[in-house]
Design a protein around this ligand. Structure first.
Ligand code: NAD
Length: 324
């Protein structure tokens, strides 16, 4: 009897279809939560994006053996509940670090050199008689980049920033002395990072400890000439406070790839602000990266369906073996 794999993400179908020799592979999305709950009833493996994999869904999926996250942030999956039910949760560490770091660096450069405003200026103003001069940007060389969360993505950002001759400081709950040498990164406490950085880039996972990590207090500690970049998770930053910070000039600008509610509602106050760059959660959105992520998911699902522990369990399930 063949297994059933449900793919809930918009990834490379040919890669997921390679599981066809052991499983029927079916694809979402579904029109409603009700349809999804119905669809998981006979499913052995799920490839999941940001759809919440919560207790209600798990209760409806008695045959489920593995949730393979198509990505590295797994705040959308109730890992504790999965573990209780002996369901593996896997993710795709490293596969997307370079892609997210590339986007982050791109956003930093766009902020410093006002590239988005420059594009609008050429389209709408440059050739007009008497149009104002395009305002100067800032150099990256010699500026301080403060990285919050020097993990896989944070250190990939640091490697890039080093090539731009930026000074790198970081804050993390775990001090990474081995990386300090190779990256030339200096460990500082959270408030010092806020107060001395010219650019702050956030790379922590969304957990109860990091929800709202950057709020009014933190934004007010930042230099008024500094920029905030968030490519981690929307809820790590208090969006309302960021709006006020941008409107009232507590900081010079921001670039956000992730939001509390996605898609970002068109009536969000962020949308009418000029000093923020908004991208639609595209950290890993590069063809090669998405293929690598899908290939990792396939390897993880295949292992579990063979009765073996998967090679990339989330850290909470490291070393666990579920027998059925
Ligand atoms: P990682 O686990 O390698 O790094 C996270 C770092 O944050 C670790 O060094 C950890 O010690 C640190 N950290 C954890 N809690 C902290 C806290 N309370 N205070 C300070 N530091 C803390 O993860 P990663 O692979 O670098 O990914 C980071 C996050 O990026 C993911 O969890 C995900 O939410 C996000 N992400 C976003 C996109 C996107 O499309 N924008 C893509 C991939 C990942």
């Amino acid at each position: 009897m063949k297994y059933k794999v449900l793919v809930l993400v918009d990834g490379p179908r040919d890669v997921f279809m390679s599981l066809n020799d052991v499983a029927d592979v079916v694809f979402g999305p579904f029109k409603s939560r009700g349809e999804l709950l119905e669809a998981v009833r006979d499913v052995d493996a799920l490839v999941a994006g940001v759809t919440p994999i919560d207790r209600e869904l798990l209760e409806n999926a008695p045959k489920l053996k593995v949730v393979a996250r198509f990505g590295v942030g797994y705040d959308s999956v109730d890992v504790e509940e999965c573990t209780k039910r002996r369901i593996y949760v896997t993710y795709t560490p490293n596969a997307l670090s370079d892609a997210v770091a590339d986007l982050t660096m791109g956003l930093i450069i766009c902020l410093a050199r006002r590239i988005l405003q420059a594009d609008r200026y050429v389209r709408n103003e440059w050739a007009k008689p008497g149009s104002p001069k395009f305002p100067l940007g800032r150099d990256l060389s010699g500026k301080v980049l403060g990285i919050i969360g020097l993990g896989r993505i944070g250190s990939a950002v640091a490697r890039r920033a080093k090539a731009f001759n930026m000074k790198i400081i970081y804050y993390d709950i775990l001090r990474k002395e081995n990386l300090e040498k190779s990256l030339g990164a200096i460990y500082v406490d959270f408030d010092s990072l806020l107060g001395t950085s010219d650019f702050i880039s956030v790379h922590v996972p969304l957990t109860e400890a990091t929800r709202g990590l950057i709020g009014e207090r933190e934004l007010k500690k930042m230099k008024s000439s500094s920029y905030l970049v968030n490519t981690s998770r929307g809820a790590v930053v208090d969006e309302e406070a960021v709006c006020r910070a941008l409107e009232e000039g507590w900081i010079a600008g921001a670039a956000l790839d992730v939001f509390v509610k996605e898609p970002l509602p068109l009536d969000s106050p962020l949308i009418r602000l000029e000093n923020v760059i908004l991208t639609p959660h595209i950290g890993s959105a590069a063809e090669e990266t998405r293929r690598r992520m899908a290939e990792m998911d396939v390897i993880n699902v295949r292992s579990v369906l063979k009765g073996e522990p998967p090679p990339n369990p989330v850290p909470e399930q490291e070393g666990l073996v579920f027998r059925r």
